[in-house]
Every structure is written in C-alpha cells, then in structure tokens.
Design a protein around this ligand. Structure first.
Ligand SMILES: Cc1cc2nc3c(=O)[nH]c(=O)nc-3n(C[C@H](O)[C@H](O)[C@H](O)COP(=O)(O)OP(=O)(O)OC[C@H]3O[C@@H](n4cnc5c(N)ncnc54)[C@H](O)[C@@H]3O)c2cc1C
Length: 382
C-alpha cells in the first residue's frame, strides 16, 4: 500500500470513529464541562498522540496535509478533543525538531503512545503576543535549574503531566530572545496546576494556570541542550501550528454548514422549507464557499510545508481565513436555526462558542494580518 492509500485509510477510520464515538457524546461532555476520559483512551488507541511523531520514535508520522484533514474531520463534529492531542503534539514537535538525540529517544516514544501527555507553556499573565516579555526564570544550580514563575491558559494543564515550558535563563539579555530557553518539565514538587480557567467555549478540555515555585529540573531537560534558543523553539513550530488551527476553524465552518443545510430543508415557514427562501439560500451559498476556500488555502499551505518550502505567508492566510470562516459560519448557522439556535438541544450554539478561540490561538488574527502584509512587502520589493 502506498502512503496515499495508508493516509486515506487513516482518515476513513477517523471519520468512522468521529461519527460512532464522538458525535453521540459531544453535547453531554461539553455541557457538563467534563474531561472526556473515555475519548482520550480511544484517541490513544487510534495513535492520535503520535500522529505527527516520526515512525522511528513510535508515531504515525503523518504529513501536514493528512494531519490537517484529520483535524478538520474531528473539528467538524467537536473541536475541543483536537486540543487534547494537538497541544501535546506541539510539545512533541518541539522535541523532535530541536531536541538532542538522547532527548528524542527518551521522550518521543512515551509521547507517541500517550503514556505521557501534556502541552506547551508559553503564555503568562502579562505576556501573550509579546512572548519576549515573559517573567518565568530558570536559574542554574549545579546539574539542575530552578524555575520560578506562572504560566496561564495552558491547554491540558490539569490532566497533562509534562510541558514544554518557555523561560528566561538570562533575564537581562539583549535582544531579549537571546536569554530565553525551553525545558521539558514534569509535574512534581514545586510545579503544579493552580487553577482551572472557566471559559465561554472549548469546554471539557482543561485550560489552567501553572505555577513554578522553586521547581528543580535537570539540565538534561533543557531542549536542545543549549541555553538561549527557547524563543526560536517556540516560534519555529508556528507554521504547522497555524495550519492546524486553520483546520480546526475550517472544521467548525464545515460542521455549521452541514447542520444548517439539513435544518434549512426540514424547517418550514410560509408553507415551504426555509431552504427555498432566497435569504436563506444566500447564507448557505456564502457558507459553502467559505468552507471550500478555507480548505484550499489549508491544502496549499500544508502541501508547501510537506515539501519543505517556506510557507509563513500561506499558513498565516489559511489560519486567518479559516478561523474567520468558523466564526462567520457558526453565526450564520445560528441565524438559520432561528430560536432553536439558542437551545442546548442543538450543536450550533457550541460551534458559536468554540469558533472565536481559533482567531486567538497560534497568533491572533491581527498578528496574522501583520505577518501577511510584511511578507507581501518582502516578497515584492520595488
Ligand atoms: C482557550 C485558550 C487556550 C490556550 N492555550 C494555550 C496553551 O496551551 N499554551 C500557551 O502558551 N498559551 C495558550 N493560550 C494563550 C494564547 O496563546 C494567548 O491568549 C494569545 O497568544 C494572545 O495573547 P494575549 O491573550 O496575552 O493577548 P495580548 O497579547 O494581550 O493581545 C491583546 C490584543 O492586542 C492585539 N495585539 C497585541 N500586540 C499587537 C501588535 N503588535 N500589533 C497589533 N495588535 C496587537 C492582539 O491581537 C489582541 O487583539 C490559550 C488561550 C486560550 C484562550
């Protein structure tokens, strides 16, 4: 079987799993804001915690294109579970790209099975977009470092046990990024999740504040083994991260379209299905066009990423357009569902609550526009 066949098979099995296992429980878990343990166990079995980890370290080694399709499939039904394995895979990708061979052999196989799960800790109460303003510090002490500081909004913060944590090893360095490093930190004495953050959407998945108080971590856990590269490690994964967030946004947009298209053919007003009213048709047409445009932008960015071409412009465009498509389509689905959109008996209210996060994560859409414009100018000098 060639790679295309294998990838097709993986997508098919994810489609079947999404329909069989995820759709029936999504509404219940979301409304209860309950961590979906049973779903996590199933995702382990499907290999999702190793989806993009190389086969030599026990993962599936999926291409960005296949991974994006897989993410879109799941997010079209319920976006939140994607965060459980994706944030974990961002940490794994950071080790795979930047770690020493010993670090890869030590961590990646256990990340791939989901035996150790976690995420990435960049954001702090005072620093999100401006990452170089972080205040968490790591001081060298013999063969160890001692960490002090607070991270916030960290996905998988409560149920995960291991995180790639961005710190300052030299808080006085200029430029500031030269004093930044990244460590793999496993929870233990001096490192705990202090608070689960209550949210508008993206329920069931835990977003938490992580606190480090005199936390001792071995110098062996410094990713890449050299200080001063943490900022590059953090931003180096952004192209893939943006393709992924784009796929989540496109998934929500596709789910909103699917549900609205069905509802519009069932609901009648003035003696005919609302799908026969032109005002509703205009919405459906715009929604479908957004989904296809988002899909094509994502495919283009992922294809470039897979062939090793530069794709910062393309991944930013995909992220910007697809995440806004998620917001617009979920709002249009709300309008098409009328009063029932407000009912928790339907899924559209969840899409509407989940979609805005995609405009924030992996660089806000304001920042994407700035990146796109800068790239345009750089690539088209006069
Ligand atoms: C549910 C959820 C999960 C998250 N998961 C994680 C996680 O797992 N790990 C992690 O590290 N972080 C995580 N985050 C944090 C997320 O990455 C940040 O919220 C995001 O980077 C934005 O940072 P901020 O919230 O501090 O906003 P700010 O940086 O304060 O920005 C506020 C506003 O100002 C705009 N702005 C800022 N600077 C500029 C500029 N130079 N030019 C123009 N506009 C600008 C922004 O676009 C935004 O509109 C998560 C956030 C949420 C809500």
């Amino acid at each position: 079987m060639n790679t295309d066949d294998t990838d097709r098979e993986i997508i098919d099995s994810i489609e079947r799993w999404t329909e069989r296992e995820l759709r029936p429980v999504a509404r219940r878990f979301d409304h209860a804001d309950e961590y979906p343990e049973e779903i996590v166990e199933q995702m382990k079995g499907l290999g999702l915690f190793g989806a993009t980890i190389a086969p030599e370290y026990g993962g599936l080694g999926l291409s960005a294109s296949t991974y994006a399709r897989l993410v879109m499939t799941i997010a079209s039904v319920w976006m939140a579970p994607v965060g459980i394995f994706n944030s974990h895979l961002i940490m794994a990708a950071c080790v795979q790209r930047n770690g020493t061979e010993a670090q890869k052999r030590r961590w990646l196989p256990r990340f791939a099975t989901g035996e150790i799960r976690g995420g990435i800790g960049l954001t702090e109460p005072n620093a999100g977009t401006d990452l170089q303003s972080i205040r968490t510090v790591a001081r060298r002490d013999g063969d160890d470092y001692i960490l002090d500081g607070t991270k916030t909004w960290i996905t998988n913060g409560v149920y995960g046990s291991c995180f790639g944590v961005l710190v300052k090893t030299d808080p006085t360095a200029q430029p500031r990024h030269k004093g930044m490093s990244m460590f793999l930190c496993e929870k233990g004495q001096g490192f705990k999740a202090a608070k689960k953050i209550r949210k508008l959407g993206y329920k069931s998945i835990d977003s938490a504040e992580l606190v480090f108080e005199g936390f001792r971590v071995s110098a062996e856990n410094l990713i890449g083994g050299v200080e001063g590269r943490g900022f590059q490690h953090a931003v180096g994964g952004l192209e893939l991260g943006r393709i992924n967030v784009a796929a989540r946004g496109a998934g929500i947009a596709a789910g909103a379209l699917r549900d609205a298209l069905r509802y519009a053919q069932q609901r009648e007003t003035f003696g005919k299905p609302i799908a026969q009213h032109q005002a509703i048709q205009l919405k459906l047409a715009d929604m479908a066009t957004r989904v296809e445009a988002a899909r094509l932008l994502i495919e283009q960015a992922a294809r470039k990423y897979d062939t090793g071409e530069r794709c910062d412009l393309e991944s930013s465009m995909a992220k910007l357009f697809a995440s806004e498509a998620g917001v617009e389509n979920s709002l249009e689905a709300m309008r098409i569902f009328g009063g029932y959109s407000y009912s928790t008996d339907f899924d559209v209210e969840r899409y509407y609550r989940d979609a805005p996060l995609m405009c924030i994560g992996e660089g806000t859409n304001e920042m994407q526009r700035i990146i796109i414009a800068r790239q345009l100018i750089e690539r088209n000098p006069v």
